[in-house]
Design a protein around this ligand. Structure first.
Ligand SMILES: [Zn+2]
Length: 257
């Protein structure tokens, strides 16, 4: 046992605040964010609600092998819900298999969720402006400028019980209504698509998205480095040079906010 004086305890508390700049003093319990590669993340809320976003795992060249085994997403570590921004395989590939295996709810756009043929109790189809409450998390469905079949593409804002919010942009270009996402939800953490190439906004445009519309405490870039033609980590670092809110993760890494 190490004894600490009250002064050193206070110094440790101050150090902890600087170590986790996204967390305010009143936030006792953390948000866990694990990058599974590409646009796939596992989020665990302060109350322990486990959510899986865009589970492209078994076919994902950047997902560590230990995270590709779908058995990991059932039983004691099953997600309460699987959130899918849009229908493309690099976001949706393993969603139905995980929901079927684990009993998790499946949240996405109404038409696509209905097309999966899951039991009604698991099929949470919605649309832009809609919300679902999963444990201690409210999931807000927001627009993304992309494509999806059937239905339309989405982003997600997760609102936690302590008032903090996390925005997963999905695949998108910058669009003016991002100002409304900031006005309504003021995201603290942004999981930001930066991959460029033929399908989504580039790192430079993603930097403009942040500078023009948002004031997050943490930015986690995603949807890069997975395939040839997408931006690299070096491209992302160059575009965000000088922005200390950027957290370049490695697939499998977990951050705590
Ligand atoms: Zn994509």
């Amino acid at each position: 046992m190490i004894r600490t004086s009250s002064l050193s305890r206070r110094l440790l508390a101050v150090a902890a605040l600087f170590a986790f700049p996204a967390a305010g003093a009143a936030q006792a319990r953390p948000i866990h964010v694990q990058w599974l590669g590409h646009a796939a993340f596992e989020i665990v809320s302060p109350g322990g609600t486990r959510l899986l976003i865009d589970p492209f795992l078994t076919g994902n060249p950047s997902t560590p092998d230990s995270l590709k085994n779908l058995a990991r997403y059932s039983g004691a570590t099953a997600p309460a819900a699987v959130l899918v921004t849009h229908s493309h395989d690099d976001h949706a590939l393993d969603a139905k298999a995980i929901a079927t295996r684990s009993g998790a709810k499946l949240i996405s756009v109404y038409e696509w969720v209905n097309a999966q043929g899951l039991p009604a109790a698991q099929a949470l189809g919605g649309n832009v402006g809609g919300t679902f409450v999963i444990g201690d998390v409210t999931v807000h469905l927001v627009p993304a400028m992309h494509s999806s079949e059937p239905g339309r593409p989405l982003g997600f804002v997760l609102e936690f019980a302590d008032g903090r919010t996390l925005y997963h942009t999905g695949d998108t270009f910058m669009f003016g209504d991002m100002a409304l996402i900031q006005e309504l939800y003021h995201p603290n953490i942004i999981l930001l698509g930066v991959g460029g190439g033929p399908y989504t906004e580039s790192p430079k445009v993603a930097r403009r998205v942040i500078d023009k519309y948002f004031k997050p405490q943490a930015i986690v870039p995603m949807h890069y480095g997975t395939f040839p033609g997408l931006a690299t980590a070096a491209d992302v670092r160059a575009a965000f040079r000088g922005d200390r809110r950027l957290h370049v993760m490695t697939p499998g890494q977990q951050l705590t906010f």
